[in-house]
Ligand binder design. Structure first.
Ligand code: HEC
Length: 484
């Protein structure tokens, strides 16, 4: 069983100290004389917080997720602290710390490196055939489609067909016999950067109204520049064509960037359409204002109109479709099958991907609070918590780059029932989060090195489906008897 230590989203320093104490020192592989006692370990964490966090970030784990320039062995780390790298801006601490303190700091950082390596190892695992075993559950990959570029979303029709989106701007219908047909009648789509054709879902009453919803990057000409935004298109599926199509939502403002579109959609228990829009790479301006649509989760009626009970309909200047704000780039949305709560996840910067339970009118804090640091190592904010801002249910350090989200339902997968699945683009596996109430209590790594895992869905047939990209595949996970 590949269980990782779950990091729950509470006050960072205490957790860091506690998990330090509970981690087995023997796994670090140090000479006995250098193994610090508990008091010294606390001292290492405290020294890191006072002397290093100001430049490398409050969360040591986010710092160690890096391309090491000078090595990551115990000796390399001690040398860095002792002598510094004056040319690069790293001060020498030989006059500040005792030798024992510097050894302890290096041990402390090596624990973060070990933690990172648990994830990194997933992407380097060589799958043996198409059977994947994790704990008591083995699954065989049944190829539903191959030959795509990047399958972004999947939906299941009552007649047994599947709809899949390819980000390059194509929508396909896949029949029971796996025959693939292109569906036409799509709106103009900006297939650049992270954008393109993204999610697909069907109306809860599809049997009667045949309505399909697509999220995509819409394009607008501005002089000789192209601007893009996240939009939602609703149309009726007739045979292999979309007809009577209508853009029912367009996120304002359009922008020049080509990333952080968000774009996951789900119908809530209340019959409303919820969807995410990323902050489009402008964290300073977008997520914390209610005056634009970017960095938000929105709630609209099935025809795009604004429900009267949305949280900010009465707020002057606020965009009326906003349901929650302070988001970075959410690419997972799912309704909890028992409680009906809306769960989401979002990409953090370097470190700090989050799982959240989305509440009406709540602020999720980006970029005022975050568990991550910038890709270039610079600090975004040293605050991980603030009054009036929600704490995540869980955060990932290192960032796994989550995409797609589903709760496992039914008995087919035994111990997975009721747990939460998330695709990892970065480490190329399927993350299983153990859920107890509103908490994530542990995690397992499934389908190691299957490829950049873009989407996961529970089909109406009780099977799980996953989509991977470049090359694009859809697989159905068939449970099999444990081979051993
Ligand atoms: C004044 C800012 C500053 C402080 C304080 C600081 N560092 Fe650094 N550190 C840097 C810079 C800048 C670099 C080199 C550039 C980079 O991060 O890529 C660096 C590099 C390092 C490296 C080498 C990384 C590699 O890629 O090989 C280590 C290890 C390190 N720091 C550890 C620490 C520790 C431990 C502390 C606290 C005792 C600390 N630093 C305090 C700024 C700082």
């Amino acid at each position: 069983m590949n269980k990782l230590i779950a990091i729950s989203g509470t006050i960072a320093a205490t957790v860091a100290l506690l998990s330090w104490i509970t981690r087995p020192v023997s796994t670090i592989g140090l000479a006995q004389s250098a193994v610090p006692g508990i008091v010294d370990s606390l001292r290492a964490a405290r020294n890191y917080a006072s002397y290093c966090a100001g430049c490398h970030g409050e969360k040591m784990d986010a710092f160690v997720d890096r391309q090491w320039k000078h090595g990551q062995s115990q000796a390399d780390l001690v040398r860095a602290v002792k002598e510094g790298y004056a040319d690069e801006g790293m001060p020498a601490f030989a006059a500040t710390f005792s030798d024992a303190e510097m050894e302890e700091l290096a041990v402390y950082m090596r624990q973060g490196i070990d933690h990172f390596n648990q994830y990194a190892a997933a992407a380097n695992t060589t799958p043996s055939g198409n059977i994947f075993t994790t704990g008591a559950v083995s699954v065989r990959l049944d190829t539903v489609v191959r030959g795509m570029k990047s399958v972004w979303g999947m939906a299941f029709l009552p007649d047994g067909r599947m709809l899949i989106t390819d980000r390059s701007g194509h929508l396909y219908a896949v029949a029971n016999n796996k025959k693939v047909t292109e569906v036409n009648g799509l709106p103009p789509i900006l297939d650049e950067g992270q954008g393109g054709l993204m999610d697909v879902i069907i109306h809860p009453d599809f049997r009667k109204n045949k309505l399909v919803y697509l999220s995509y990057s819409a394009v607008k000409e501005d002089g000789n520049r192209k601007l893009g935004t996240t939009a939602i298109y609703r149309a009726k599926l007739e045979g292999n064509a979309l007809v009577n199509g209508q853009v029912i939502f367009e996120a304002f403002p359009y922008s020049r960037t080509r990333h952080h579109y968000g774009s996951r959609m789900v119908f809530g228990r209340d019959g409303m359409l919820y969807f995410s829009v990323g902050e489009r790479g402008n964290e300073k301006e977008n997520p914390q204002t209610l005056e634009n649509d970017l960095g938000k989760i929105h709630r609209i009626r099935d025809d795009g109109s604004v429900p009267a009970d949305n949280p900010f309909v009465q707020t002057p200047g606020a965009r009326p479709t906003i349901f929650s704000y302070g988001h970075r780039n959410p690419q997972g949305l799912a309704v909890h099958p028992q409680t009906g709560e809306l769960w989401s996840h979002e990409h953090g910067p370097r470190g700090g991907d989050e799982v959240n339970i989305v509440k009406k009118g709540a602020n999720y804090g980006w970029p005022v609070i975050t568990y991550g640091i910038n890709y270039n190592g610079k600090i975004i904010s040293n605050k991980t918590a603030a009054e009036g801002m929600e704490q995540p249910v869980k955060y990932w350090i290192p960032s796994i780059a989550p995409s797609g989200m589903a709760f496992v339902q039914g008995k087919r997968y035994k111990s997975w029932e009721g747990q939460l699945l998330t695709g990892s683009l970065r480490f190329k596996y399927l993350n299983l989060s153990h859920i107890e109430g509103k908490q994530v209590t542990g995690e397992e790594m499934l389908l190691k090195n299957i490829g950049r895992l873009r989407d996961v869905r529970m089909g109406p047939d009780g099977y799980l489906y996953v989509a991977v990209e470049n090359p694009g595949f859809v697989f159905r996970l068939l449970p099999v008897k444990n081979p051993s």
